[in-house]
Design a protein. Structure first.
Length: 382
């Protein structure tokens, strides 16, 4: 079975070879003349933030910066779909390959983006986590026993940097993830892409400091149809056109930084605990997501369950028993699993006995350590 440490040297999320999602907001604030530094110890060597600043060429006297995050627009997917992105092709020479966190999923990544800290400090460890005797998800915080702002205690950089605007869907205004990752901001609800771009243009032209603009539809299409589908590339073309419109309104004393939270793979194989006795025997529950499973064994059966999963999965997965390695150096406070199981190739691990059919049957997924899931674009487009 592959070892997690072999993935730390460039394939996975924590490496000095690539800038990290935790560094992007600090660079944006430095472009506005606000100096911010990490607040917690780091896992080994990191990419130099001064090098990221130099590559983004932000300086320190901008009046406005807009950080645009397109959910699910991984760098590996962009590389294969460049024919569909004429605007991004025109600025591709400035492309920076970055890395997201582990697990490579939205709730974890967005919180690390906005706090500038690793999951070991934010306590955000997956799409879902064990909460009592069941699971709750870290998007809505439904079924999570601890309130979002207590569960995720790290203050986002916005309050340290002098504030920010968040331009996103109205339905997210009072979500648990917004409380965890976007508190102490001015939330601007705008439901269409056109409306969000209009708000971003207004912010840049008025020179109003930092704003964050979020679009999730590309990820939703990828989950339902796969990122290699025509529907996904159609949506990517719309993203490209909207980015061109945003940039056209950017004055010389402002900047636009484009990034993503993760990439994606299309599923070819599902391992279901409902039909795989080798996976279900001795297991209390699984949480996380299909590519990054939180494995909870029944009391007293941890060793036999982990050994059985290792034998069954072989080279198709990485089982991380020292979970602090995956989360950035320390074990998160609310993480109770006996192991993290990162799938390789194009497989997912699900449990149709308790998980809803839509979750079990997702076509496009993410969460694991592969470059397809962890490589993200970091690109100044204006």
């Amino acid at each position: 079975m592959p070892q997690f440490t072999s993935y730390q040297a460039g394939t996975s999320a924590y490496t000095a070879d690539y800038p990290h999602i935790t560094q992007i907001m600090r660079s944006a604030y430095r472009g506005l003349g606000v100096e911010l530094t990490p607040r917690f110890p780091r896992l080994g060597a990191e990419y130099a933030e001064t090098a990221l600043d130099e590559r983004l060429q932000l300086g320190n006297d901008l009046r406005a910066v807009c950080v645009v995050l397109i959910d699910g627009m991984g760098l590996a997917q962009l590389e294969e779909c460049r024919a569909h992105t004429p605007f991004l092709r025109s600025v591709w020479a400035n492309m920076i390959e970055g890395r997201t966190v582990l697990p490579s999923t939205t709730a974890v990544a967005l919180t690390s983006l906005t706090t500038g800290e690793y999951p070991c400090d934010t306590n955000m460890t997956g799409w879902s986590v064990k909460s009592g005797d069941k699971t709750g998800n870290l998007i809505s915080f439904a079924e999570i026993e601890t309130p979002a702002m207590q569960f995720q205690p790290v203050e986002p950089l916005f309050s340290l940097g002098g504030g920010a605007k968040v331009i996103s869907a109205s339905r997210f205004a009072n979500s648990g993830l917004t409380d965890a990752a976007f508190r102490n901001t001015e939330f601007i609800g705008a439901d269409s892409f056109d409306a969000r771009i209009a708000q971003g243009r207004r912010h840049l032209q008025r020179g109003e400091g930092l704003c964050y603009l979020y679009w999730s539809e590309l990820d939703h299409v990828g989950h339902e149809y796969g990122w290699k589908s025509v529907k996904w590339t159609d949506e990517l073309e719309q993203v490209d056109a909207q980015l061109r419109t945003l940039v056209a309104a950017c004055p010389s004393d402002a900047a636009v930084i484009l990034t993503a939270d993760h990439g994606m793979i299309d599923v070819h194989k599902r391992l279901d605990l409902a039909s795989e006795k080798a996976l279900s025997q001795g297991v209390a529950l699984i949480a996380g997501e299909g590519r990054a499973v939180h494995l909870h064994a029944q009391p007293g059966k941890q060793a036999e369950v982990l050994d059985r999963w290792a034998d069954f999965l072989g080279d198709c997965a990485i089982i991380v028993r020292e979970q602090e390695l995956a989360f950035g150096g320390r074990k998160p406070k609310y993480f109770e699993a006996d192991a993290l199981v990162f799938s390789l190739g194009n497989q997912v691990i699900v449990d149709s006995r308790v998980q809803p059919a839509r979750q079990v049957n997702l076509r496009g997924v993410h969460g694991s350590v592969t470059r397809a899931e962890t490589a993200i674009p970091i690109l100044r487009i204006a």
